[in-house]
Design a protein around this ligand. Structure first.
Ligand SMILES: Cc1cc2nc3c(=O)[nH]c(=O)nc-3n(C[C@H](O)[C@H](O)[C@H](O)COP(=O)(O)OP(=O)(O)OC[C@H]3O[C@@H](n4cnc5c(N)ncnc54)[C@H](O)[C@@H]3O)c2cc1C
Length: 404
């Protein structure tokens, strides 16, 4: 006969949101257990910020509101309830991990090690409150709560459940969309999971030849069916298959599931450049190589790929050629070959639809005692620490509600 462990609160999923829930429950000396399918918690957390963990963003809650696309209003109470500065205070004060703020208000551990944050959270929660190797396959209502059944091992019964199984991105870290299935089995509607913050595959050899080159300050516009549907600006990184980097990744969530031949991204590599400015510069630098002139405004390898003639001097650049180059720089077209893959996306768009959740507690409106937080919900933020900020803030409201 399998044993049943009884707890007040079971947190299913020991990723960023589940670890935050665990820390906040531990801080209040509550009875709880974090149930994680992997052999360690926070595997995705270790990868964040290129291993440095951009744990939150120090903007005010009202500024943050604009960083979650359609979910901005929904997440606002959570961001006010547990603000980025509350999260920083907890991490540096209670977890003992000093933090620093970098460009664009992004917060990182001083050590630049994501493992320092993950390890401190796990330590704070305590091994008695974490059960790894627990892959939840079923959650059922019971008379006074829930029975949580793992693939192997003993069932856990809990009065409250916090579902924090993440999205469907980077499945090797444990989040493979099973949280959506668990929520759906309890009656929740799931908005179709799609990639958000993903690299984009495009046609042609241009990107492959420049792979590894990154360009700052690029303006990108997405066109679908002859209409501009989204834009983003920032750094673009060329890859073997297309483009990545913050600006491209931000656009990825807007690419339709079946992009047709009329889906393309237009890049303005130097928004400040005009044909007039370039004409003036060319006439003032007749004896310079054209590619070197352009390389003052963009990486040399990109300038060379655009000009296609390393030996061309400014004095030989005719107006038609100059106009063609300006067009290439300001309206470079990347044809999108396919929808970005959910599996390689940093964040998943989609998940438990928000109208089925209470935005001041993250409790399900359909199942009393069930709270759903983090990427398990239909919330995705832009790049810059906003997704981990939401993991923390949604965990806070769920814990507060359970302990109230
Ligand atoms: C490469 C990369 C870099 C990123 N960098 C940043 C960054 O710097 N800043 C930022 O804000 N965001 C970043 N993100 C996004 C951020 O990591 C996620 O938004 C965040 O981890 C979501 O937290 P979560 O707890 O909801 O999901 P996850 O962190 O994915 O955790 C879900 C957990 O649930 C477990 N689980 C799943 N199913 C089950 C089950 N059935 N039973 C038991 N356990 C289960 C999983 O094993 C996993 O541990 C990055 C993402 C990636 C992939």
């Amino acid at each position: 006969m399998p044993e049943v462990t009884a707890v007040n609160t079971a947190v299913i999923g020991g990723g960023a949101a589940g670890l935050w829930a665990g820390c906040l429950l531990r801080d209040r000396n509550a009875g709880f257990i974090v149930l994680e399918r992997g052999n360690e918690c926070g595997r995705k957390l270790l990868l964040t910020g290129h291993g440095r963990c951009n744990i939150t963003n120090n903007k005010s809650p009202s500024e943050l509101r604009g960083c979650y696309h359609e979910a901005g209003n929904f997440v606002y109470p959570a961001l006010c309830g547990f603000t980025p500065s509350d999260a920083c205070e907890f991490i540096s004060g209670k977890l003992g991990v000093p933090l620093k703020t970098e460009e664009n208000d992004r917060v990182f551990p001083v050590s630049d090690k994501a493992s320092d944050i993950r390890d401190a959270m796990v330590r704070f929660i305590g091994s008695d409150h974490i059960k790894t190797g627990f892959e939840c396959v079923k959650i059922e209502r019971s008379e006074d709560g829930f029975n949580i059944t793992p693939k192997d091992g003993d069932t856990v019964s809990a009065k409250h459940v916090i579902l924090a199984c993440g999205g469907a991105g980077y499945p090797r870290t444990g989040s493979d969309g099973s949280g959506f299935e668990l929520a759906s089995s309890l009656g929740h509607t799931i908005a179709e999971p799609k990639a958000a913050l993903a690299a984009i595959n495009t046609c042609g050899d241009f990107c492959r030849e420049l792979s590894g080159v990154s360009v700052d300050g690029v303006s990108l516009s997405l066109f679908c069916g002859g209409r501009k549907t989204a834009s983003a600006s920032g750094t673009v990184l060329f890859t073997h298959q297309g483009i990545s980097g913050p600006a491209a990744m931000e656009l990825s969530r807007e690419i339709p599931s079946d992009p047709g031949s009329d889906t393309y991204i237009e890049a303005d590599f130097v928004p400040s450049l005009t044909d007039k400015i370039l004409a003036d510069e060319i006439s003032g630098k007749n004896s310079h190589k054209f590619v070197n002139l352009l390389a003052e405004r963009m990486p040399r390898s990109l300038a060379a790929a655009i000009v296609c003639d390393d030996e061309l001097y400014c004095r030989d650049v005719r107006s038609e050629m100059r106009k063609a180059v300006v067009k290439k720089i300001k309206m470079f077209r990347f044809d999108v070959t396919e929808a970005p893959s959910t599996a390689t996306a940093y964040v998943t768009r989609g998940g438990v639809i928000l109208k089925e959740l209470n935005r001041s507690s993250y409790e399900s409106k359909l199942v009393k005692g069930l709270h759903i937080i983090g990427e398990n919900t239909d919330v995705d933020g832009i790049s810059g620490g906003f997704n981990l900020a939401f993991a923390a803030s949604s965990a806070f409201l769920a814990v507060k509600d359970i302990l109230s």
